[in-house]
Structure formats: structure tokens, C-alpha cells
Design a binder for this molecule. Sequence first.
Ligand code: ATP
Length: 441
Amino acid sequence: MDKIVSLCRRRGFIFPSSEIYGGLQSCWDYGPLGVELKRNVKEAWWQEMITRRDDTVGLDTSILMHPQVWQASGHVAGFSDPLVECKKCHLRYRADEVNSTVCPACGGELTEPHQFNLMFKTFMGPIEDDAAIVYLRPETAQGIFVNFQNVLNTTRKKLPFGIGQIGKSFRNEITTGNFIFRSREFEQMEMEFFVKPETADKWFEYWTKERLDFYRRIGLRPENLRLRPHEKAELAFYSRGTSDIEYYFPHGWAELEGIANRGSYDLEQHVRCSGKNFEYFDDETKEHYLPYIIEPSSGVDRTVLAALCDAYAEEPDKDEIRAVLHLHPRLAPFKVAVLPLSRKEPLTKLAREVHNTVRRLWRADYDDAQSIGRRYRRQDEIGTPFCITVDFQSLEDKQVTVRDRDTMNQIRIPIGEIENTLAAKLGGEAFASKELWYTAQ
Ligand code: ATP
């Protein structure tokens, strides 16, 4: 993990938030490369969960919601973790994480656990009293539930169908850490899939498999992914089944995504508390009922971390070791880098032309500083799948060298064929996995 954190900082993927003031614990800023990687993760999710499906639509709801939403959802009463505090050094822990009556840091006695609500509170408007309290949402799902009827009316979707959303969530976690794995401000990618109650088990199975496949399709190694069905005792009281997709992070197996069969709990609660009717009229059976909901809920930041950990490798390169990110091309911040061998004209002019061509299609870097070897190393370390080198010969034969990040093989191709060659190699979606993509090379 230290290597990943250091690479992220050094190359501009992720910085500690407010670093010049000593950082703000558990908050992170995505730098120029991090923001690209994160956007690619979200884009891959959106493509597969919304764009390419007939049975889903997207939504983008506000972070601040009516406080009654959180009463109805059960978050005000129950979204809490058991907190214990050391009577001697006053460090605080999640009781279920320490599993002991003494402080792991100083051996002091721990207090009895009390429930600590994880929602951030703030005030709406100029008066800071109880009536003005609003919460920063701890999940994006509630924005979807409260809009169920709006979406149904405006899209005329029929069951089964889903509503997906990507957005920020906030949780005042008692303990944070493992880099961006657990922070207090993070992003979620959630799908609420509404189904006929008797088909819920089937859809739960479907989404479990589909979501596991998603992580393989964006290049995570199958051996680093596993499904962990929850024990009965572990289930939230409304849940009829939950499975976690876990990734083998440097700190061990941990949750990447949770998939839950939530029954009709959420809609029932909003019907009860808002007095609005959320019943679905089934044209076929002429029945009115509340749909069941299958919820695959994933973390953007955890997926970014998993992708970085999975891709990172140190490999022999001539007499040295190169650090390389074997990111799937779909996720790579830059798909290609254009590297002129020298900064002299007319080489620069030609290299700029090549750059302008490729960047119409892909996020493309342009780098003319330092030796070509160092520039390859830099692109390897940030996961750029291909480098195009423009040299003096290029001025005469109108050809460039294309270097492959993973094999380090180089081929010479005419400038006019760059787009087609790269499209064939990068056509991300055509390659269901990193393995297939390699084979196609
Ligand atoms: P955990 O058990 O790790 O606290 P959770 O079961 O509370 O997670 P969910 O409520 O199921 O998490 O949230 C869905 C997803 O949102 C998680 O799988 C994770 O990817 C992401 N997520 C939740 N909490 C955090 C956090 N504090 N920091 C980063 N991502 C988070």
C-alpha cells in the first residue's frame, strides 16, 4: 500500500486534502491523473449499467434532502456504529473492530459502547436550530427511492427496471484509513432495481453475477475477487439476502460492493411516512403492489484503489526494474502519449499534428522533456497503454513507432494508420478482459 500511496502522490493521482495545512484526516483530492482514472471508472459503470441496457435509467439527485427522508429510511434511528473510548488516552474505536475491553494503543480501560450516528449534520438557512438541521446524505439510494414515482410516470418503464445514480456520500466514520478505502467523503455508484416480489431471488442472483463480471471486465484479476454471502446474523433487518463482492486489497479481503435484496422495505417506509402512494400497477396481472428492490451498491474510490493495486507491478527491464501500471485501457488516464524524439523543429510540428489527431479520439499526453527512456518509464508508471514516438526518420518516411506498455514491443506504422491501429488495440469494449486484450496484441 505504501508504494501505491507514494506513486499516487508523486505522479499526481491522489493528494491528501488541504495538505498545506497538515491535511484533513481521511479526505483526499484527486489530481490530474486521478481525476481521469476516476472518471473512467464511473464511465465504465454508467456504460454498462445505463447506456447499454434497455431496462435502466439514470438520475442525479441532490445531496441535501428533506430530513424526513432519513427518519423514514431508518438512518436517524439506526445508522450508527458502536463507539468505545479509552478512559486513559481518549482514543476512540469501533467496538466491533477492537473486540477487547482494553485500549490497543495504551492498554487503558475502554468505556461501554454507545451508538454513534454516522450522518454528518449541518443547518439549512441562517438559523442554527433543530428545525434547520439537514444531513449530508450517507448513501445515494434514498434520492432514487423518493423519485420512484416521478421516474415511473415520466419514463413509463415497466417492471423489472432500474434507476442508477453516481454521486458523493458522506459518513462520519469512527475510524478511517487504508488510504482511500475508507474515508468520510466518498463516491458511490448505486443501482436500485425494482422487480416483482416473486422474481426477486432470481434477480439477486443475476446482479450478483453481473457485478462480479463487471470487475473482471475492467481488468481486475479473477483471483483477487470473491463473493461473500452474508450470514443470517449479519443481515440488516430489512434485508432478505446480501452478498459482498470483496477484493484482495493490500490490507486483506474487504468489501468493494454490496448487493442486497431489500424487499419492499424502502418503498413501504416512504409510503408510510410521506402518505404518498408508491404502488405499482401491473398491467398483466391487474394487481397493485410494492416492488422489491435489488441493490448493487459500489464505491468509486474503492474501485479506483482496487484497480491501482491490481495493476501495479515491478518488472525487470534491461538491468533495472521498471514500475508499471497494467491498467485496463478503459481505465488508463491517458490511452496514448506522443513523444517527439527532440524538441527541434520541424519534428515538433509533426508531433503536434499527430497529437492533435489522436486527442480527438482519446485522452492523449504530449511529453517532450528528458530522454526517451525516462519518458517511457514515466508513461509505464502512470499506465499509458501506448506511446507514439516521432523521430527524424518520421519526417521522411511519414512513419512513427508505437510502443506497447505491457510487452514493450515496438512497431513502425504509417502516420495515416495511427487511428485505425490504436482503435483496434484500444477498442476497450471489444476486450472482455485484460487477458483477451493481451492475446489480441
Ligand atoms: P463497510 O462495511 O466497509 O463500512 P458498508 O457495508 O457500510 O461498508 P455500504 O453501505 O454497503 O457499505 O455502501 C456501499 C459501498 O459504498 C461499499 O461497498 C463501498 O464501496 C462504499 N463505501 C461505503 N462506505 C465507504 C467509506 N467510508 N469510504 C469509501 N467507500 C465507502
